[in-house]
Design a protein around this ligand. Structure first.
Ligand SMILES: O=C(O)CCC(=O)C(=O)O
Ligand SMILES: [Fe+2]
Length: 321
């Protein structure tokens, strides 16, 4: 038994088909998304809702140190020690139903980011240092999310107040994931299919390990990792803000094979809790106005009742849909 993991559950019920190859994701240059590449950004959001981002300005050295230290702390410490750490979780943090906890083969560290955090974290053991690195990395994420969102807000015609409150730097969160070697990787997932509840999410994955898949036209496609780039997911709040025009992409992560493991970092940008999410004036929407807080409470209630997130379909403008 791997001491870094809890004991493996018995008899999992699924049998996974291999993912399809050949998915071509758009590649966007962060330096140009507000100008020359704005049309390409909008096209990516309307089509699949996922794209690759280059020239993002996050130092490769910072990314490397984070993934390496994450691998050491999560991969080399026993489960019993890790579970005492603040922010540590086993299973999908956002979907902590019993079913998901048992079935999803991953672990991670969760950090709620607050402005100024990076300069406050002191030197210390590995767990303190990784939070400091995550906070520094989080500053880059907030910068990137703001730039992407501002370009989309201008395109959608959001007013100044909506542009400010629909993406709140104070409400970003960061998760470092480890998908440990899984004894039964063809009948188990690392993270089950979902859309993200954020405005947008930014993923950094180890470049030599795949596992992320997206759903397109009813089939699962592999997303091949590429050195130095970030992956951006359009998420539920942006789908609602755009009145249903932009796509919150459905994705999942395979469990790591018995001889591999995968590290990734995922940043989620959220609106202010009480901001009323709605399409800009004059644009029709398939959703009724709601707040981020209302959405979160609904997701929690659905997971508690059924084990699943229902998501945006709870917020259709008419009940007849
Ligand atoms: O680990 C990954 O590549 C994706 C993680 C993810 O989809 C999530 O945290 O919502
Ligand atoms: Fe996700």
């Amino acid at each position: 038994m791997d001491p870094s993991c809890p004991s493996f559950p018995q008899a999992l019920p699924m049998q996974l088909q291999p993912g399809l190859p050949g998915l071509e994701l758009p590649i966007l240059d962060l330096e140009r998304v507000g100008s020359e590449d704005r049309a390409a950004l909008v096209a990516a959001c309307r089509d699949l809702g996922m794209f690759r981002l280059v020239k993002h300005g996050v130092p490769g050295e910072l990314c490397g140190r984070l993934l390496e230290l994450g691998q050491q702390l999560l991969g080399r410490n026993p489960f019993d020690l890790k579970k005492e750490q603040a922010g540590y979780f086993w299973g999908t943090a956002a979907l902590q139903s019993l079913r998901v906890k048992d079935v999803n083969w991953l672990e991670g560290l969760h950090l709620d980011l607050v402005p100024g955090m990076a300069s406050q974290v002191a030197d210390g053991d590995g767990w303190i240092r990784i939070r400091a690195l995550m906070a520094e990395y989080g500053n880059h994420m907030a910068r990137i999310a703001r730039k992407l969102f501002d370009a989309l807000a201008a395109e959608l015609g959001l007013d100044g107040q909506q542009t400010a409150s629909y993406l709140a730097e104070r409400h970003g969160l960061l998760r470092l994931y480890r998908y440990p070697p899984c004894p039964s990787s063809d009948s188990c997932l690392g993270m089950e299919p979902h859309t993200d509840s954020s405005v947008l999410s930014i993923i950094l994955a180890q470049d030599h390990v795949g596992g992320l898949q997206v759903l397109r036209d009813g089939a699962w496609y592999d997303v091949a990792p590429a050195p130095g780039e970030l992956l951006v997911n359009l998420a539920d709040m942006l789908q609602a803000i755009s009145g249903g025009l932009y796509q919150s992409v459905r994705h999942r992560v395979l469990a790591s094979r018995p001889t591999t493991e995968r590290l990734s970092l995922c940043y989620f940008a959220f609106p202010q809790d009480d901001a009323v999410i709605k399409a800009p004036n004059g644009m029709s929407s398939i959703y009724r106005p709601f707040s981020q807080r209302e959405f979160r409470e609904q997701v929690k209630a659905d997971i508690k009742a059924t084990g699943y997130k229902v998501g945006l379909s709870r917020f259709y403008a008419t009940t007849s849909r």
